[in-house]
Design a protein. Structure first.
Length: 201
């Protein structure tokens, strides 16, 4: 289970729950499916991975579609949450949809689909990476994302510090439980990843 840009840095799947066997998990922005496959294969969770990029979903299905407990779907994270009738024990995002979709919309939709006591965990680019500063208000910033073919697409990103994320979470019935700053002590002069966990009240 990878939460940052460096292998083995930070916690593992335990932040989603101590025993994930048979639990229903949703990944928003699953990419090629590595984390979903790990959770299904090694923790016996039932994982749905959603990604906006069809190529990523095709890769995930090709590599991991045979693993019991995995389902991969192409689509927008917010639309998927609004359309599904399922509820989940945990929702997670690793540099995925959270931070790229208006928080007041996406966090509310996540909260509605989490079971009481359910966990939300997400990692986003740290707002202080490369000497940057967190947003001082709730407005998004212009950024870019690198696609699998190495092209760079312009995007809009919400870059909050841990306290502002906690505030937005509280507005949707979620209580922030931890905020971890991750960076490689030798390779990264700046923090690179902010990992937030929350629980539904």
């Amino acid at each position: 289970m990878q939460w940052s840009t460096h292998h083995g840095l930070g916690p593992g799947a335990e932040i989603l729950g101590r025993d994930l066997r048979g639990k229903h998990l949703l990944e928003l922005g699953c990419g090629p499916g590595h984390n979903a496959a790990h959770l299904a294969q090694h923790h016996q969770a039932r994982v749905t991975g959603v990604d906006l990029v069809g190529l990523q979903v095709r890769r995930a299905r090709s590599h991991y579609g045979h693993i019991t407990g995995t389902t991969f779907a192409a689509g927008h994270a917010l639309h998927h949450l609004q359309a599904t009738g399922r509820t989940f024990d945990a929702v997670y995002s690793v540099f995925g949809a959270i931070g790229l979709v208006a928080p007041e919309l996406l966090l509310s939709a996540i909260s509605r689909r989490l079971r009481p006591g359910g966990v939300l965990a997400f990692s986003v680019p740290h707002p202080a990476r490369a000497g940057r500063h967190p947003s001082t208000d709730d407005s998004p910033r212009e950024d870019y994302v690198t696609m699998p073919d190495r092209t760079r697409l312009p995007i809009t990103r919400w870059e909050f510090d841990a306290q502002r994320w906690a505030t937005h979470l509280s507005w949707t019935g979620l209580r922030a439980t931890s905020a971890l700053t991750l960076h490689h002590p030798r390779l990264d002069p700046w923090p690179t990843t902010l990992l937030i966990t929350a629980r539904k009240r």
